[in-house]
Design a protein. Structure first.
Length: 57
């Protein structure tokens, strides 16, 4: 069942490990998936800092 869901175009899988490794890349994937415009590097950096796991503690 899980493999079938991964093939759907309206489902995006993001893993904790991928986010921990490179959150900016995963953020870009979400933006592209949602068909939202790209963020400037400054906004992307600020959002990455805000969403980092260390800032969530």
């Amino acid at each position: 069942y899980g493999l079938e869901i991964r093939q759907l175009k309206n489902v995006l899988f993001i893993t904790y490990e991928d986010m921990k490794k490179d959150i900016k890349t995963e953020m870009r994937r979400v933006l592209e998936f949602m068909e939202w415009p790209e963020l400037s590097q400054k906004k992307l950096d600020a959002l990455a800092d805000h969403l980092s796991f260390s800032s969530c503690k």
